[in-house]
Ligand binder design. Structure first.
Ligand SMILES: NC(=O)c1ccc[n+]([C@@H]2O[C@H](COP(=O)([O-])OP(=O)(O)OC[C@H]3O[C@@H](n4cnc5c(N)ncnc54)[C@H](O)[C@@H]3O)[C@@H](O)[C@H]2O)c1
Length: 440
């Protein structure tokens, strides 16, 4: 049985609708896909359950999927990232929305329960919380989350749900890591496309999108000048490298902390100071984590930090900056501004945590610029279509986005920006494919 929406404030629908319309100016690829989906209806009758940050771009993705014939239910992929006006606009259009900003853990998982109760046949995740809930239910892995999900799904039979399941899509690095772990354990229950790993996603959304929006989050939260600041970026992967490069562009003095020697060397040769977390902890004025890993900044580092240091996270979960350690070491904690919590340590030093240590770009700003989400969500729409068209034919594994779809998104984006790619001549194609030609 399909539920009714659970949102903060329906009266925000008009503002949300206006912001969604504005965003469409920056999502030309999605709009082209929308036109085709409207004609072809590739998702006719397919129920899609999405667990995504509820932003204006997500609303456009939902519209594309619905124009393609799908019935969409959506919950948030982070308790703090929902834009309530967008949720209201979607609900007013008739989409099932279970999302509002500032959810408790219980409400967050109840909302996931509602999406499951709508019996999705395709899941679209950002961080794998929806799909991993399905797996925990199937394998009977008890957890706090399931205590909240169970009363909502009632007598939903997970086996039957899985029997009708077509496949899933995953948006982010952390989600893909979790899915690969499931597949490695031989426990993955249906095919999932690693949208994150497509080149037209991970080379653009992660460094360029997060690079800009994470700094937007820090600036909106603090109003600080970045030029001349001593900033430490933890993790020099796709996200961290984008953040470090943009910080440098704004005049910050950037130190990189990286666990992988090749990436650390790359950071060094790209002109950054490279240090251990312990060394960097002692001098940084602003710290931004982007590792997808747990407790990368913890007690031993907080002990060394200067008074007034600011801590922000751009990785998927709020585990990178160890909040339990920070709380245990503090004699006082106070929300001094909407996005800033002050922690006062025993010796009187103050550390400031932005956005509760959750994704700073989504909690303290509005997430990625739409132009970038245009690419990521075009891949999501095309991947959902691919799953539907290949229903029952795909292996149960973590699958790559087909190369032709990846390139199609890049080509459409280039076209929309008035650029074009060079066409290779038949001779050049042949040359690149042969081994015989050598030096002349
Ligand atoms: N904020 C956003 O909007 C957004 C967008 C995309 C991805 N993400 C998330 O950002 C995180 C990073 O994604 P990515 O694509 O850059 O991943 P990645 O795997 O490319 O990079 C992560 C890097 O962190 C390093 N690392 C791991 N543990 C470390 C530690 N303790 N100290 C120092 N370095 C460490 C790894 O060696 C790796 O180089 C993920 O959680 C991902 O889901 C967030």
């Amino acid at each position: 049985m399909r539920g009714t929406s659970w949102i903060r404030d329906p009266s925000l629908a008009e503002v949300g609708e206006r912001r969604i319309e504005w965003t469409k100016n920056f999502t030309p690829v999605l709009m082209r896909i929308l036109e085709r989906f409207r004609r072809e209806k590739p998702l006719n009758g397919v129920r899609i359950g999405a667990c995504l940050h509820v932003t204006t771009e997500t609303a456009i993705l939902v519209e594309v999927l619905e124009e393609g014939g799908a019935e969409v239910s959506i919950c948030a992929s982070n308790p703090m990232s929902t834009q309530d006006d967008v949720a209201a606009a979607l609900a007013a259009r008739g989409t099932r929305v279970y999302a509002f900003r500032g959810q408790t853990t219980r409400e967050y998982y109840e909302c996931i329960g509602h999406v499951l109760a709508d019996e999705p046949q395709i899941t679209i995740d950002d961080g794998a919380d929806l799909i991993s809930t399905i797996h925990k239910l199937y394998y009977g892995i008890e957890s706090e989350e399931l205590k909240y999900v169970r009363p909502i799904i009632g007598d939903l039979d997970v086996r039957e749900l899985l029997g009708r399941m077509i496949g899933g899509c995953e948006e982010t690095t952390t989600g893909v890591l979790r899915l690969r772990a499931l597949a490695r354990d031989g426990k993955l229950l249906y095919p999932v496309i690693a949208v994150n790993d497509a080149e037209s996603k991970k080379l653009f959304d992660n460094p360029i999108g997060t690079g800009q929006s994470a700094l937007d989050g820090v600036i909106r939260a603090t109003g600080m000048l970045l030029a001349g600041r001593d900033v430490v970026v933890v993790g020099y992967g796709n996200v961290g490298s984008g953040i470090a490069q943009r910080l440098r562009g704004m005049g910050a003095r950037v130190t990189v902390v990286e666990a992988n020697p090749i990436r650390a060397l790359r950071a060094l040769m790209e002109g950054f100071a490279v240090e251990s977390m312990k060394k960097a902890a002692a001098h940084g004025e602003l710290f931004i984590t982007a590792t997808g890993n747990i407790s990368v900044i913890r007690r031993e580092h907080f002990k060394l930090m200067r008074d007034g240091a600011i801590l922000a996270n751009a990785g998927h979960f709020d585990v990178e900056i160890d909040k339990r350690d920070l709380e245990a070491m503090s004699i006082k904690r106070e929300r001094i501004l909407p996005c800033i919590d002050m922690y006062v340590l025993e010796d009187g030093r103050r550390l400031y945590l932005l956005g509760e240590g959750r994704l700073v770009n989504l909690v303290c700003a509005e997430g990625h610029p739409s132009d970038v989400m245009d690419m990521s969500f075009s891949l999501q729409a095309l991947s959902a279509e691919y799953l539907a068209r290949n229903r029952g034919k795909l292996p149960i594994d973590v699958l790559n986005v087909p190369r032709e779809l990846d390139e199609l998104v890049a080509k459409l984006k280039l076209e929309s920006m008035g650029a074009e790619v060079e066409e290779l001549t038949p001779e050049q194609i042949n040359y690149l494919r042969s081994w015989e030609p050598g030096s002349k």
